[in-house]
Design a protein around this ligand. Structure first.
Ligand SMILES: [Zn+2]
Length: 242
């Protein structure tokens, strides 16, 4: 990759989230672009993280399984040395250099942050994870274990496949409430952000912002999309500025 292309993906990766939402206090949110390459691969990820001044030794990320298991990070010794199998979410206190990484290619990266920045949740949410209850699990941990009130939690939903493109079979669609399903020409489409939003609002989370981009039908150079046939993943990160 040329230096010019490098400059492009770094600049855009850093500005993409910032252009969408107000960055939460104490944290920097970013999503890498397709031009950065497949961030699931260590050989790609390490130099990219270094270029973005993210310390990969203090990166928490998992081999995600579309489940609801969330790992907590309260202190440095809780940060895993390597990627952990079976973890789809993280909840962390701010620690200098810590970052939480979520890999997606159509699923949603969801950040749940205390309005004062004292707690950050980063989740991988697709239809399976949503049904498995990962959003409820994160809210349960943040309110029960850390004493936050739902109205103190802000939700920031990164780019994911939109209801314009997220066709699901009747057996999947039938498991969701009608409010988050759209029907067009006899086909069923899931609105993942509506499904996530319903859970958040039911719990009393009031401040919800979301990316306007669909990973599948936005400019192909922007995001990896599994449904479009891509094999790679972008990475969304919450980096602690503590
Ligand atoms: Zn779309």
């Amino acid at each position: 990759m040329t230096a010019i292309a490098d400059a492009h993906w770094i600049k855009e990766s850093l500005s993409l989230f910032a252009s969408l939402v107000e960055q939460p206090p104490g944290w920097r949110l970013l999503t890498t672009l397709k031009a950065a390459g497949n961030m699931q691969m260590e050989a790609v990820r390490s130099p990219r993280l270094a270029a973005m001044k993210v310390d990969s030794r203090l990166l928490a990320s998992g081999f995600q399984v579309h489940g609801s298991k969330i790992q907590m990070i309260r202190q440095f010794s809780d940060i895993p040395k390597t990627r952990i199998q079976g973890i789809d979410g993280w909840i962390a206190r701010p620690l200098p250099g810590l970052s939480l990484g979520i890999y997606t290619a159509d699923c949603a990266p969801l950040f749940l942050v205390a309005d004062n920045g004292a707690l950050m949740g980063a989740l991988h949410v697709g239809w399976r994870g949503l049904l498995a209850g990962i959003v409820q699990e994160a809210l349960r941990l943040m309110t029960r274990d850390f004493g936050l009130a739902p109205k103190e939690i802000e939700a920031i939903l990164g780019s994911h496949i939109g209801s314009c493109c997220y066709e699901v079979g009747a057996e999947v669609g039938g498991r969701f409430s009608k409010e988050c399903m759209k029907e067009r020409e006899g086909k069923n489409f899931l609105d993942l952000s509506d499904g996530i939003g319903m859970v958040l609002r039911r719990w009393g989370v009031q401040k919800i912002s979301k990316s306007p981009w669909c990973t599948k039908c936005s400019d192909e150079s922007l995001f990896f999309s599994y449904r479009r046939g891509d094999k790679g993943c972008q990475m969304s990160l919450a980096v602690s500025l503590a």
